[in-house]
Design a protein around this ligand. Sequence first.
Ligand code: GTP
Ligand code: MG
Length: 199
Amino acid sequence: MQIKSAKFYISSQKEKDCPKTIMPEYAFIGRSNVGKSSLINMITNQKKLAKTSSTPGKTQLINHFLINNSWYIVDLPGYGYAKTSKSNKKHFQKSITEYFKKRRQLVSAFILIDIRHSPLKIDLEFILWLATNKIPFSIIFTKTDKISKIEIDNKLLNYKKELEKDWEILPDFFISSSKKYTGKEDILNYIDKINQSII
Ligand code: GTP
Ligand code: MG
């Protein structure tokens, strides 16, 4: 799929403020600093569409980007940002869970996971939560430029082993690097396939 246009559409604090249009959307979620906003810029060929930062906690709202005037990419705040205050954390958590539970236009979520880490409780719990709430998702491993190919394979194997403990069928997964521009085609083709079946 070619991205012909990608425009910032709206930032919302809560699910109820999100666009009322009925276009399908794909949400990018994961731990703070995992590379959600960078990945969105990479796949849309734009440098500053989504705001990125080396300091965790940059994205604080639900951000809709309109793609090819027919579907949305949604950039969400990260979870697990230790430095934010407790009440702030609760507020984030609530706005994210509400978004996932209520947003009818959400077709599928991408959970981003930093390839360098061993499976983390917070990610495994979030995966379980999505599945329990019947929200379709796939996994994107990020920052693959930071380790060797052999290490990538090892980390993937580890992750699959961990998921196999809970799941008979594993979710689809992608590997990406926003720095090296890898993973873009696979992710866009995946979205395109779903869009073709529903738009
Ligand atoms: P929050 O909005 O704070 O939750 O973070 P985020 O998940 O949107 O992460 P963001 O895209 O802002 O990136 C965080 C940091 O990781 C930035 O310093 C990016 O430059 C860096 N980064 C993101 N993706 C990659 C990647 O693929 N490779 C490398 N080497 N660095 C990356
Ligand atoms: Mg962000």
